[in-house]
Design a protein around this ligand. Structure first.
Ligand SMILES: Nc1ncnc2c1ncn2[C@@H]1O[C@H](COP(=O)(O)OP(=O)(O)OP(=O)(O)O)[C@@H](O)[C@H]1O
Length: 347
C-alpha cells in the first residue's frame, strides 16, 4: 500500500468533506496505528483545504485537528518517550496537543485493561467537549477487528460482539467516536510510515498487559493464516454482514423497549411469551446502556436467564452482576439496581 492508497482508504471510510469544517480530536498513543491516523488526517485536511482554495475563495475553515495523548504512567521512561513523540509530531504538524498524565497515587485506581481503556476514552471525550470538537478519531485497524471478534467468540459473546468493532458510535450528546482505519491492515500502515520516514513507538504494553488478546494476535492468527490465507478479509466480510443483522435486531429491540418497559420505583418489564430471544436480549442490552449498568459483566448465560424470566419461564428472585435485582410477578419483571438510581430510557 502506498501513501495515496492509504489516504484514499481513510477518505472512503470517512469522507473528508464531513469533518474538515469541524473539530477532530485524534487519540494518539505514539504507536504505529495512531501515528499513521494522525498523519493521514492532517494530510487529507491539508489537501482538502488546498482544493477548496483553488476552486473558490473560501473563508478560513473553523475546523481543526488536535492530537490527544493519555500518559498512563505505567511504564516509566517508555511512557514518557511515547508522550514526547506525540508532542513532537503535533508540533511538526502545526497542531495543538493535549496531554494528561494519569494520577498514580497508590490504591487509587486499578490498572486492568478495561479501566485504562475507560479512562482513556473519558479523557478523549472530555477534551473533545471542552474544545467543541465533533469527533474523536482512534486508530483501530482491520487486525484489531479480527482479534476482537475471535476474542468475543471464545468468550461466548452474543451477536453484537460478533459484529466486531463499530466504525462509529456516539460518545454522549455531541461527540462521535470514529474509527476510519478499520479496513486497513496493521502491516500496511507500518509500510506507509516507513515510506514517508515517519517513526513510531513500539507499544510494549500491548505485548504483555492483555495476555489472551495477544495470544490471539501472536500465536493463533498466524496458524489460522497458514491454512486460510484470506481469513482476515473473510472475517471482515462476515462481521460486516453480522453488523447489518445486528442493526436490524436493534431496530426491533428499540420498538420492543418502547412498548414493554416502563419506569416506576423499579424498571418494570412486561412478561412477553411470544417475542424471540434475540430481540428481548438486544432490548435488555439497550436498557443496561441507558442505566449505565455494567454490561461487560453480563455473559450470554445471564442474558438467557433474564430472557427466560421475561418470557415467563421462571419466576425466581435473583441477582445479576452489578447487584441488579430481578423480581418476577405474574405480569411484570422488576429490575432494580442496588447501586444506581433509575435513569430515563432514551439512549
Ligand atoms: N495512550 C493513549 N492516548 C491517546 N489515545 C490512545 C492511547 N492509547 C490508545 N489510544 C487510541 O486508541 C486506539 C486503539 O488503541 P488500542 O488498540 O491500544 O486500544 P483499546 O482502545 O484498548 O482497544 P482494544 O479494544 O482494541 O483493546 C489507538 O489507535 C489510539 O487512537
Amino acid at each position: 500500500m502506498n501513501i495515496d492508497q492509504f489516504l484514499s482508504e481513510i477518505a472512503t471510510a470517512w469522507p473528508v468533506s464531513r469533518w474538515t469544517a469541524v473539530g477532530v480530536v485524534v487519540g494518539c498513543s505514539g504507536g504505529a496505528d495512531s501515528v499513521a491516523l494522525l498523519r493521514g488526517l492532517c494530510e487529507l485536511r491539508k489537501q482538502e483545504l488546498e482544493r477548496l482554495e483553488r476552486v473558490e475563495s473560501v473563508p478560513p475553515s473553523p475546523g481543526f485537528i488536535v492530537a490527544a495523548h493519555y500518559n498512563h504512567a505505567l511504564r516509566g521512561r517508555d511512557a514518557d518517550a511515547d508522550e514526547a513523540l506525540v508532542r513532537e509530531l503535533a508540533e511538526r504538524l502545526g497542531i495543538e496537543c493535549v496531554v494528561e498524565t494519569r494520577s498514580t497515587q497508590k490504591g487509587e485506581l486499578s490498572s486492568d485493561e478495561e479501566s485504562l481503556r475507560n479512562e482513556r476514552l473519558a479523557f478523549l471525550k472530555r477534551h473533545a467537549e471542552r474544545l467543541g470538537a465533533r469527533y474523536v478519531a482512534v486508530g483501530h485497524t482491520a487486525n484489531d477487528n479480527v482479534e476482537t471478534v475471535l476474542h468475543h467468540l471464545f468468550r461466548g459473546s452474543g451477536p453484537a460482539g460478533l459484529a466486531g468493532i463499530a466504525p462509529h458510535r456516539s460518545l454522549g450528546k455531541d461527540v462521535v467516536l470514529i474509527r476510519p482505519m478499520l479496513s486497513i491492515q496493521r502491516s500496511d500502515l507500518r509500510g506507509v510510515l516507513e515510506s514517508i520516514g515517519q517513526s513510531w513507538r513500539e507499544d510494549l504494553s500491548n505485548r504483555c498487559t492483555d495476555y489472551r488478546r495477544n495470544w490471539i494476535r501472536h500465536k493463533l492468527l498466524p496458524r489460522i493464516l497458514e491454512a486460510f490465507p484470506n481469513a482476515e478479509s473473510a472475517m471482515a466480510r462476515a462481521t460486516e454482514s453480522q453488523r447489518d443483522w445486528r442493526d436490524l435486531v436493534h431496530q426491533f429491540a428499540a420498538d420492543w423497549l418502547d412498548e414493554n418497559v416502563r419506569l416506576d420505583h423499579a424498571i418494570e418489564v412486561k412478561v412477553d411469551r411470544t417475542t424471540r430471544s434475540a430481540i428481548v436480549i438486544a432490548a435488555m442490552q439497550r436498557l443496561w446502556k441507558t442505566q449505565n449498568w455494567p454490561l461487560r459483566d453480563m455473559t450470554m448465560l445471564h442474558w438467557k436467564r433474564l430472557y427466560r424470566t421475561i418470557s415467563g419461564q421462571s419466576d425466581k428472585r435473583y441477582q445479576l452482576p452489578g447487584r441488579i435485582e430481578v423480581v418476577c410477578s405474574l405480569e411484570y419483571v422488576s429490575l432494580r439496581s442496588k447501586l444506581h438510581p433509575i435513569l430515563p430510557l432514551d439512549v
